[in-house]
Design a protein around this ligand. Sequence first.
Ligand code: ATP
Ligand code: MN
Length: 254
Amino acid sequence: ELIEREIEEVLGLRERREKDSELYKIANEVFDRTTKESLAHLHKRGKIGELRGVISTGKEANVFAGVDGEGRRIAVKVYRTYTTEFRRIWEYLAADPRIGYLPKDMRKLVFVWTRREFKNLQRAMKYAVRVPEPMAFRNNVLVMEFIGDETPAPRLKDVERELELGDFEELYDFTMGVIERLWRRGDMVHGDLSEYNLLLHDGPVVIDWSQATVRRNRMSLELLRRDLRNVIAYFGKKGVSVDNPDEKFRELVG
Ligand code: ATP
Ligand code: MN
């Protein structure tokens, strides 16, 4: 029927794509009715032209590489509507003062989670943090700028062996700058800043904003402390002369 046709186009099944490709396999596994409807909706509006490959498969979401209706590269993050992370997602959202109504239904809760990541990306951009530009969202599907060239940009973790002390020092300053700017100017905290959520593409790009929140959140201090500890511990191990996390925390919180 109609949605199935749209999905075939999104998956490029009409042309070259083979039905045993990784993309097809993942799609078959995780695209439930809601996901298909959301992809079809975004396809009709030209936000998604075609998905072309799988960038990452996680327990919460899968990220695909693709193009929009005009052939521009995009990354598409598709949250699972069924997730074992329900409890954690619920707790994070319940603490966020921006979220008014909290659905009891897991599927709808994931929609709220997706929309919040979109809003977080917009907000971070406003405070001059380099992130994938958010382009559209629908239910559990988020469309954003693709970071990379032919292939997706590597994460800091993927290339750490090739880096020198000077690179780590620069990246450390950058990352601490992000934490400070977000907190001081944006009243915001990322909450999962690490070598896994920094892509390197002519300089670092911060990804994965699903757990980011605002300062008014009662969990924000805990998240800020966690970001400082993780980032400082990582770069400390790489030989950078780092700040003291507790001092930095006090300095920021005041
Ligand atoms: P995980 O649980 O594996 O960390 P996640 O659900 O936290 O996944 P993200 O961290 O947002 O999701 O994305 C997973 C991976 O997909 C990233 O590590 C990165 O390699 C890739 N990725 C995410 N967004 C983009 C993007 N805009 N451009 C290119 N690659 C991306
Ligand atoms: Mn991640």
